[in-house]
Ligand binder design. Structure first.
Ligand SMILES: [Zn+2]
Length: 341
């Protein structure tokens, strides 16, 4: 009798184990896209352990060229990731023919998912703007901010206080906070903007763990929506460190994204149905590793056109383990979520 029960139990367990991976693979409800601006493979190699990139469950490569250049800028690179189209350098959320294209963030917002952006630059900078703006030039700050007002993003964290009107934001129903403590007291997702600097945020060495902490809060707030959420995080200043050929700054910015990634992976472990994608819009600096003492060298102060890595983790991660265009992310993720474009 006992062994019969055991047999039944074992059969049930085997059946569940067979079904579970099938159920878990393809249906994320929470999506976290982490963009290291200018982060090629060699930038990540500056990390010592613990290296959270090594926890990735799948690795791929992204082709970063834009519609009009083999070397993209962050506007076209961000637009490719956010909106699923290759456009000209400098353009945000528009096709080459200047037709507005909805970003994955906008589409998920329209489908009642919570949405968030956390960046270490100003919130109207090219990469975050690619997720909500539709402008022919990334330098059009006031037009980009007008688009931000219309975006209805639930939680925005970054620098850029001097570019926005707090009166306009309040009239739109936004709750405004200016420090991490205020962010920690936010109860639920819904039109919160946290402006932590007048312009861009300070460098990683000065801002300490502000971004990992902000990400922790963003996950806490956004995950209250049981339908799910979309969170875009940008490690904006990897690009700037590489433009300046500053290896020390580069290392600290990569350590910062590594901490953010660890926070997100821990969240995914506890919240099945979470997909994390980590990639870059382009590589900056042509970084190489020479000598016996881990010397980092830069071959340029500009962007390069090499492929950049894609690390993925969580539900549906295996779908990103190939060589793909940077314009494939949006549709792939929406397909996995069974959301029409
Ligand atoms: Zn750059």
């Amino acid at each position: 009798m006992k062994s019969k029960t055991m047999k039944r139990y074992n059969f049930l367990l085997a059946a569940i184990m067979l079904i579970m991976p099938i159920m878990a693979v393809n249906n994320p409800k929470n999506v976290i896209v982490i963009i290291g601006d200018g982060m090629g493979l060699n930038q990540i190699c500056t990390l010592d352990s613990p290296n959270n990139f090594e926890r990735a469950q799948a690795i791929g490569l992204s082709k970063t060229y834009s519609a009009n250049s083999p070397v993209t800028d962050s506007a076209a690179g961000g637009t490719a990731i956010a909106c699923g189209i290759k456009t000209n350098n400098g353009m945000l959320g528009l096709s080459q023919d200047s037709i507005p294209v909805k970003s994955i963030l906008t589409i998920l917002k329209e489908n009642n998912f919570s949405t968030g952006i956390v960046v270490s630059c100003r919130i109207n900078h090219a990469t975050p703007a690619a997720f909500y703006a539709h402008q022919p030039n990334r330098s059009m700050d006031s037009a980009i901010v007008s688009d931000l007002y219309k975006s209805n993003i639930d939680l925005i964290v970054g620098g850029g206080a001097k570019f926005v009107s707090t009166d306009s934001l309040k009239n739109l129903g936004y709750e405004i906070c200016n420090n991490l403590d205020d962010l920690k007291s936010v109860k639920k997702a819904g039109k919160t903007i946290c402006l932590l600097a007048k312009e861009d945020m300070p460098v990683a060495e000065q801002r300490k763990d502000t971004i990992p902490q902000a990400v922790q809060q963003a996950l806490r707030v956004l995950s209250q929506n049981k339908k799910g959420f979309f969170l875009m995080i940008e490690a904006s200043q990897i690009d700037w460190a590489c433009h300046a050929n500053n290896a020390q700054h580069l290392k600290t910015e990569v350590q910062d994204i590594n901490a953010v990634l660890g926070t997100c992976m821990d969240f995914a472990d506890k919240n099945p149905g979470t997909l994390i994608i980590v990639t870059a819009d382009h590589e900056t600096g042509g970084v190489s590793l020479l000598g016996n003492e881990k010397e980092y060298h830069f071959s340029t102060g500009k962007h390069t056109g090499v492929m950049v890595p894609i690390y993925s983790y969580g539900t549906g991660a295996g779908n990103f383990s190939k060589i793909q265009e940077n314009s494939e992310f949006k549709n792939k993720i929406l397909d996995l979520m069974h959301i029409s474009k």
